[in-house]
Design a protein around this ligand. Structure first.
Ligand SMILES: [Cu+2]
Length: 509
């Protein structure tokens, strides 16, 4: 067995070092990693990762997969030839919001129909706008030819309405999800969550935004004219076939499916026309797996005003912000200092143009943003609470686990009392290739990041969160409270990791 293990290790090591050659630090880690102190559990896990039976295709996937997080498939630059699509705004009528999952076709490439999925349309979904204190019914219907669920990412909702893997709607079925909006202003989203098909259904286009408004948000002077100075912006990279279709199974990568073609709000080669004024961009990383670091192309600063689940206490000046899959941030870009010849664009960490801006100088409003936006705090009491839930994220590809276990719908991993705060400590254990960053998400709650490796989190994480990026060997402490009862998922938001079992269940009782 030992020799088999050694061969496997060498084989995998070779593949990965080859794949990571652009990143010397990763390669160093691989080469210096010593397995002589491995525990039995680690040995067992490694044995589970026997790659000797892998097909060439699987090896190739591994090559561009695991390594992809340090040396990803490059994205195209947006040429800016298409104006960014703006999703329809959908508000409750008599308390009811109709949401239908459907399939159709969409002209993403000029003159070509791509088969897509969408909510209330052929591709992606509306922005559902709800208000704190409001009683709403999401009237959901599945018009797909396969089962799905409707999951409300970041919404504090009773477990029975959360739309996790237990709440399957078969083709043709409908379900009313009733709840009272109990959280403050925030930018949330919704997408499907059926076991075995989440990643593919999101990939084909099932995703939409949810805006929560409250009394506070109206007083802050924030740009809030939808589609004028306040924009929802979802980033998703995709791989198209030669016929310009989605082929999820062909693109599938067990460590996270990425693509070379960026769609922003479903628009290929987008640009956004803005006024010479302060503009609010509500950024959502809706990709299956790719991380995005957002910057302005000339190094200008912008202000972050909100995290996943609400406003920061005050606007925070940044030059870049990284969002892992599932995460959101609201930022304010001040275009008043630019003009129509400025060539301003949102770019990523390697300066690929994601979204160029066209400035309409005729449109200029001066807005003054409040310096005090929220009263978020991690209390001393929360800081001093003992850790009562420990989680260890480990593995790669098909062998991804939480506390050594893969997802089982019939197993409740933890229980927690409704309304009580507990400290969850999550450790991302490196594997033999160094490991990868996992965006860790908990359903049904907005939590607080108490510490990262014992340190206070950076300003841009000092707000309500539902998804937090955890790097290899990092330990993150969260203060978690469930306002409602029910069964909730917690999982890695790399959708292929989630599908491969990096998910567990907590029951709020
Ligand atoms: Cu993961």
């Amino acid at each position: 067995m030992k020799s088999k293990l050694l061969i496997t290790t060498l084989l995998v090591g070779t593949v990965i070092i080859g794949g990571c050659s652009a990143s010397s630090s990763e390669s160093d880690k691989n080469e210096t990693m010593d397995h002589s102190n491995m525990t039995d559990e680690e040995m067992a896990n490694m044995e589970g990762m026997d790659h000797s039976n892998m097909t060439e295709e699987e090896m190739a996937n591994m090559d561009n997969g695991h390594a992809s997080h340090t040396n990803p498939l490059p994205l195209n630059n947006s040429t800016g030839e298409n104006e960014l699509a703006l999703p329809p705004l959908l508000e409750p009528k008599d308390g009811i919001v109709d949401i239908i999952a459907q399939q159709g076709s969409t002209e993403i490439f000029k003159g070509i129909q791509t088969k897509t999925y969408g909510y209330n349309g052929s591709f992606l979904g509306p922005v559902i706008k709800i208000t704190e204190g409001e009683k709403v019914t999401f009237r959901t219907k599945n018009d797909l030819s396969e089962p799905t669920t409707f999951h409300w990412h970041g919404v504090e909702i009773p477990g029975e309405g959360d739309g996790g893997p237990h709440q399957i709607l078969k083709p043709g079925e409908s379900e009313d999800v009733k709840f009272t909006v109990s959280q403050g202003a925030s930018t949330l989203w919704f997408h499907p969550h059926p076991v075995g098909a989440t990643a593919e259904q999101v990939y084909k286009g099932l995703a939409g935004f949810i805006y929560v408004e409250d009394e506070n948000s109206k007083k802050l002077g924030l740009p809030s004219q939808y589609g004028e100075n306040d924009f929802p912006i979802v980033f998703q990279d995709r791989q198209f076939t030669e016929e310009k279709q989605f082929d999820y199974q062909a693109a599938l990568n067990e460590d996270g499916t990425i693509g070379d073609t960026l769609l922003v709000n479903g628009t290929l080669n987008p640009k956004l026309t803005v006024g010479k004024e302060k503009v609010r961009l509500r950024l959502l990383n809706g990709a299956n797996a790719r991380n995005y670091t957002f910057k302005l192309n000339k190094g200008d600063t912008f202000q972050q005003i909100a995290t996943d689940g609400g406003f920061l206490n005050k606007p925070t000046t940044l030059r870049e912000i990284t969002l892992t899959p599932g995460e959101r941030a609201e930022i304010i870009v001040d275009f008043s200092k630019f003009d129509s010849k400025s060539n301003i664009a949102l770019v990523n960490e390697v300066d690929t143009i994601l979204l160029p801006f066209e400035i309409d100088e005729q449109k200029a409003n001066s807005t003054k943003i409040s310096k005090s936006l929220n009263d978020f705090a991690v209390t001393d009491e929360e800081r001093n609470l003992p850790v009562t839930k420990k989680l260890e994220l480990f593995g790669m590809g098909k062998i991804v686990t939480i506390n050594g276990k893969q997802f089982d719908m019939n197993r409740i991993d933890f229980t927690q009392k409704q309304g009580e705060t507990e400290i969850w400590e999550i450790y991302n254990k490196p594997d033999m290739m160094g490991g990868m960053t996992h965006p860790f998400h908990i359903h049904g709650t907005q939590f607080k990041v108490v510490s990262i490796d014992g340190e206070e989190p950076p300003a841009s994480l000092q707000g309500w969160k539902d998804t937090v990026s955890i790097e290899p060997d990092q330990t993150v402490k969260l203060a978690v409270k469930f306002p409602n009862k029910g069964i909730y998922m917690f999982h890695c938001h790399i959708l292929e990791h989630e599908e491969n079992g990096m998910m567990g269940q907590v029951e709020a009782i």
